[in-house]
Design a protein around this ligand. Structure first.
Ligand code: IMP
Length: 203
């Protein structure tokens, strides 16, 4: 079946950087609309316990209320020795362990992670993104993974979240030490968007 690229797609996110990244990756063939563009000022629900569940929940919310083709994503860090934690709780990791007062405390989250891995030799981990697309009422999921290792201590000033403690496979620097364009070219987010783009134009 030959799938045609939609002309416009709403990206259900309030994150400006994600919008710019998606526009750059999906190219000129599709116009990415923001939530602002469709006059949506609500907080999107994100209450599921999997990336797939959260990404679908956000995309369905927008599709049901605004009747538009759209996509949403959810990501996090999955650490092998912790059975895939913090996973969907990546942003709230230190908060849930009582080591921070709010979610998105990047310094507290990375400190907590290093504490939990103290003395553990297996440092394998991956960042994973799931992108949920709803196109003409049909739901599709795309995944992007970047494997790597967790360092013994933070290094680098760039990026956000767990970037200072994650060295991607094939590199000897953390995500926070790579140039933004280097990280963006191999990131889990970029890979899941690339998978969606490939679905639109498989050749
Ligand atoms: P989100 O679903 O993309 O908002 O990501 C949820 C959380 O996962 C973030 O708040 C970070 O803690 C973590 N995370 C996701 N992507 C990255 C990344 O590229 N670098 C570092 N941390 C990330």
């Amino acid at each position: 079946m030959n799938i045609t690229f939609p002309k416009e797609l709403v990206f259900a996110t309030n994150n400006r950087h994600k919008l710019e990244e998606a526009a750059a990756i999906l190219g000129s063939s599709v116009r990415i609309l923001s939530l602002q563009d469709i006059d949506c000022r609500e907080e999107l629900p994100e209450t599921k316990d999997t990336f797939e569940g959260n990404a679908l929940q956000k995309a369905r919310y927008i599709c049901d209320r605004y009747g538009v083709d759209c996509f949403a994503d959810d990501s996090g860090l999955e650490v092998d020795a912790l059975g895939g934690s913090p996973g969907v709780y990546s942003a709230r990791y230190a908060l849930l362990k009582g080591a921070a007062l709010q979610a998105h405390d990047d310094a507290a989250n990375t400190r907590q992670l290093l504490r939990d891995l103290d003395g553990i030799a297996d440092r394998g981990a991956q960042f994973r993104t799931v992108t949920a697309l709803i196109l003409q009422g049909e739901e599709h999921l795309f995944e992007g993974i970047v494997r790597g290792t967790i360092t013994l201590s933070p290094a680098g000033e760039g990026g956000f979240g767990y970037d200072p403690v994650f060295i991607p496979e094939g590199y000897d620097r953390t995500f926070a030490q790579l140039l933004p364009e280097e990280k963006n070219s191999i990131s889990h987010r970029a890979r899941s968007l690339a998978a969606m783009k490939k679905y639109f134009s498989p050749l």
